[in-house]
Design a protein around this ligand. Structure first.
Ligand SMILES: NC(=O)c1ccc[n+]([C@@H]2O[C@H](COP(=O)([O-])OP(=O)(O)OC[C@H]3O[C@@H](n4cnc5c(N)ncnc54)[C@H](O)[C@@H]3O)[C@@H](O)[C@H]2O)c1
Ligand SMILES: O=C(O)C[C@H](O)C(=O)O
Length: 347
């Protein structure tokens, strides 16, 4: 259960301005009620929503706004702004949630996806530069999330680099829930799972530092069947979970993604729940663990009220873990190289 003291309002005297792109899409449909109801920013924080989608989605977006009105959310300011102009959506935003991106179509290669999204995240980075608050906090969700966030940060120099993050919390929650189910424990009893690297099938879901009241730190890998079981079952299951949901729903994860975005934002803005709790966020590397400085990489972090976090940089990494971290690092370096090539053409 959330402690109400932890969620004392960030701005008691005004509404928190939250901009959401891709607001006519699937994730937004699950996320907007969480924002409007106080689940993310607490039961006393007024919220002003500024929603962006492409012109072709205007009617759907208008329908979403009708539903937000009909929800009679006490914390929500009216009218909800909806637009297809990024500068209008981002104006004065405290929090920016970037869901909108170009989806992968049959036959498209990863580099085609990077090119399409490179343009979107360049344009949105420039728009943020023009109109967002200098201390806005940004989370990128649209895929490929790490590299989209990197591109955005190249064009958005006004906002400090460490305020631009991307979502690894869905993978983190997936791993936490899987560990709980395997051990027959409560999810709330599972602490300090970690996701490293890219939000892709190369990510490294790591249980080395995880613990429960029954399984002390250092014993979790053995409790889950040992390293060969992790390598053959647990790790691939989490790496491929997004694809599994996509195959079943014919749509990518939306309800669980919205929950994860809420968890990411709540922990980031109000602090992680306890002093030693670790969560996973994609943030610019500070060079920890030999990851190139500035690369957008999922790390273990601890957060402190007011949108501050620190990368937990003193965990010992053994050969088993290092191999996975190197694989996801290599993929991210090659994505960044491709994105750099595109960015240099755009400038
Ligand atoms: N990082 C993660 O953990 C994670 C998890 C799930 C989904 N995703 C990604 O999140 C993104 C959104 O997922 P969804 O299910 O809501 O998709 P969706 O297709 O239902 O919605 C995306 C919306 O974005 C809009 N859009 C496209 N380009 C835009 C632009 N330039 N500006 C504003 N809006 C734009 C579309 O019109 C659409 O309404 C996808 O890229 C998906 O792959 C990431
Ligand atoms: O949209 C996708 O490609 C999958 C999504 O990122 C997920 O992890 O569920």
């Amino acid at each position: 259960m959330e402690s109400l003291a932890r969620l004392t309002p960030l701005y008691p005297d005004r509404a928190l301005i939250v901009a959401v792109t891709g607001a006519a899409g699937q994730i937004a449909y699950s996320l907007l009620p969480l924002l409007a109801s106080g689940t993310v920013f607490g039961p006393q924080q007024r919220i002003k929503l500024q929603l962006l989608d492409v012109p072709a989605a205007e009617s759907v977006l208008k329908g979403v706004c009708c539903e937000l009105e009909d929800g009679a959310y006490p914390l929500l300011d009216h009218p909800v702004l909806y637009t297809s102009v990024a500068d209008e959506a981002f104006a004065g935003a405290d929090i920016v949630v970037l869901l909108g991106s170009f989806p992968r179509k049959p036959g498209m290669e990863r580099k085609d996806l990077l090119a399409k999204n490179g343009t979107i995240f360049r344009d949105q980075g420039q728009a943020l530069n023009r109109v967002a608050k200098a201390d806005a906090h940004v989370i990128v969700v649209g895929n490929p999330a790490n590299t989209n966030a990197w591109t955005l940060s190249q064009f958005c120099t006004k906002i400090p680099k460490e305020h631009i993050t991307a979502l690894a919390r869905l993978d983190h929650n997936r791993l936490k829930s899987l560990v709980a189910r395997k051990l027959d424990s409560a999810v709330s009893d599972v602490h300090n799972v970690i996701i490293w690297g890219n939000h892709s099938a190369t990510q490294y879901p790591d249980v080395t530092y995880a613990y429960t009241p029954q399984i002390v730190q250092g014993k979790m890998r053995a409790a889950l069947g040992g390293d060969s079981q992790l390598a053959s079952e647990v790790i691939p299951l989490i790496q491929k979970r997004g694809a599994e949901v996509l195959a079943l729903r014919k749509l990518s994860s939306a309800m669980s993604a919205a929950k994860a975005i809420g968890d990411h934002l709540r922990d980031w803005m109000f602090g992680t729940q306890t002093e030693n709790e670790i969560v996973s966020m994609i943030v610019p590397s500070d060079g920890s663990y030999g990851i190139d400085k500035g690369l957008m990489f999922a790390f273990p972090v601890q957060c402190h009220r007011g949108g501050k976090y620190r990368i937990v940089s003193d965990l010992r990494i053994d050969d088993f873990s290092r191999k996975y971290i190197e694989t996801t690092l290599a993929e991210l370096r090659s994505e960044r190289e491709e994105a750099m090539r595109l960015v240099s053409k755009m400038c």
